[in-house]
Design a protein around this ligand. Structure first.
Ligand SMILES: *[C@@H]1O[C@H](CO)[C@@H](O)[C@H](O)[C@H]1NC(C)=O
Length: 161
């Protein structure tokens, strides 16, 4: 397999999940993942509503806000994809291919945030930790294995050639 194209696909995924954009604070959807443009470094918290005020939420808060807009199904699917990407990243590391080490932390954090929101919703429904683990095991069994998005893109690319 062409390592260069695999690497470029991974960096595409990285940028599509990235939270930093050159322009202000816009948001958009990629693959069901809402990305938000933020100015890095600004951790200023601010309540929405002040006229003419540029609201700059902490990155973590903004991400949580965006994840909360997602449906349960979208969250579950995104968790599957992100775990797949993490697996791919680990594979690259193990086989000494090019990879971006900062992606590990970012993806793990993103997965953790998704799971946090999922658990929050369960708590609202009065689902105990014990029941939650049981539901999670059941859900995991129901997952049909699939290639992570960046790898699927690589395969599609190669099929064209
Ligand atoms: C999402 O995953 C949880 C497992 O934590 C499961 O209980 C729930 O039914 C799943 N929801 C959907 C819509 O797949």
């Amino acid at each position: 397999m062409a390592m260069a194209s695999l690497a470029s696909n991974l960096s595409f995924l990285a940028s599509s999940l990235k939270l930093v954009d050159s322009v202000g604070s816009r948001s958009s959807m990629h693959n069901g993942v809402q990305t938000v443009a933020m100015t890095a470094g600004k951790q200023q918290r601010s309540r929405a509503g002040g006229p003419m005020k540029v609201v700059m939420m902490a990155k973590r808060e903004q991400e949580l806000v965006d994840i909360r807009k997602m449906s349960q199904e979208e969250i579950n699917e995104t968790v599957i994809d992100l775990k797949g990407e993490l697996f791919l990243l680990r594979t690259k590391k193990a086989t000494r291919q090019e990879y971006k080490s900062s992606e590990f932390r970012r993806m793990r954090k993103q997965i953790a945030r998704m799971l946090t929101v999922r658990r929050e919703r369960e708590i609202e429904q009065g689902i105990t930790m014990r029941e939650s683990r049981k539901l999670d095991r059941k859900w995991k069994k129901s997952i049909v294995p699939r290639p992570p998005p960046s790898y699927a893109a690589t395969l599609a690319e190669q099929a064209k050639k």
